[in-house]
Design a protein around this ligand. Structure first.
Ligand code: F6P
Length: 313
């Protein structure tokens, strides 16, 4: 039995998406066993950007890389690998992934995920990924939470699938996710407040003033610490997410990586009717210059993302 209905996937992407789903289902079983599967959250090294790698980061990377061989993916780029790997000389696709997002939540049984982005391979290994985000032909995330979910876009809306643990298959649950234009929640790591720029501070203060201020409504605050969990909540019931640039050393462009975090989430959000910017410019109009580069990231309900851009004006 296939891990996802091939009829819902463009033909050239079927083997790669099937591999992502089958591997996601396998990984969800490992994650569900938690400490029974070993010390998944144990530190095992550092990635190219100096982030600590956890055992599950490395395991997930190895699983996806192995599963994608022979599926039409020529180039494989991962947060966990410094350079792009050529995994199939005859392939036509370039797939970038954060194989395990939200790794600080591994040991505390909070939702974590896998994010991926696919381009047509063109112009060489690095060049295939250093392209306008609008060149993506597919983006998705798998969320490992109370349910294991796949949200995926091929450029014609964002579909949601739920893993049926009884069969190991991802089953269509929503063929067109619809991100509400208005928000009642916002997400930002508030511990960085003293490092924020003025427009970010102004936006958060408007939210805090709630119905007593310009906003005219109260806003709730949420911070999970897993981009996948945050994105899924916002796709489902609206909201805003900000990981802006701030004054800390190394955070001039925020924290999140353009190629395998920001660009795919922006594609999914826009295809569900939301907006995604770097604060001002639409992410989909931007091009990564380096594989692991960071980008300030603001996304969610259109009204809120527009307001944040206006505050930057
Ligand atoms: O990969 C980066 C990530 O773990 C995201 O999943 C999450 O949104 C963010 O970092 C959390 O950042 P912080 O450590 O500042 O809370």
């Amino acid at each position: 039995m296939p891990a996802i209905d091939p009829a819902l996937i463009p033909e050239n992407l079927r083997p790669a998406i099937e591999a992502m789903c089958a591997t996601g289902a396998k990984l969800s079983r490992v994650i569900a066993r938690g400490p029974l599967a070993g010390a998944l959250g144990a530190g095992v090294g550092e990635n190219s950007d100096g982030d600590q790698q956890k055992a599950l980061d490395v395991m997930a990377d190895e699983m996806f890389e192995a599963a994608l061989r022979g599926t039409g993916v020529k180039y494989y780029a991962s947060e966990e690998q410094e350079d792009v790997l050529t995994i199939d000389e005859g392939g036509t696709l370039a797939l970038a992934t954060d194989p395990l997002d939200g790794s600080s939540n591994i040991d505390v049984n909070v939702t974590i995920g896998t994010i991926f982005s696919i381009f047509e391979a063109a112009g060489g290994a690095q060049a295939s990924f250093l392209r306008p985000a609008s060149d993506q032909i597919c983006a998705g995330y798998i969320a490992y939470g109370p349910q294991t979910l796949l949200a995926v876009t091929f450029g014609a809306g964002t579909m949601l699938f739920v893993l049926d643990p009884e069969t190991g298959a991802f089953v269509l649950a929503d063929k067109a996710m619809d991100l509400p234009a208005a928000a009642k929640e916002f997400s930002i790591n508030a511990s960085n407040r003293r490092h924020w720029t003025q427009p970010v501070l102004a936006y958060v203060e408007e939210n805090e003033t709630g119905k007593d201020g310009r906003k005219g409504k109260d806003m709730n605050f949420r911070w999970v610490g897993s981009l996948v969990a945050e994105t899924h909540r916002i796709l489902t019931r609206g909201g805003t997410f900000l990981y802006p640039s701030d004054a800390r050393k190394g955070y001039e462009n925020g924290r999140l990586r353009m190629v395998y975090e920001v660009a795919p989430m922006a594609f999914l959000v826009e295809q569900a009717g939301g907006k995604a910017t770097d604060g001002v410019a639409p992410i989909m109009s931007l091009t990564a210059e380096e594989l692991h580069e960071r980008r300030p990231f603001v996304f969610g309900s259109a009204e809120e993302v527009d307001r944040i851009a206006a505050l930057h004006g």
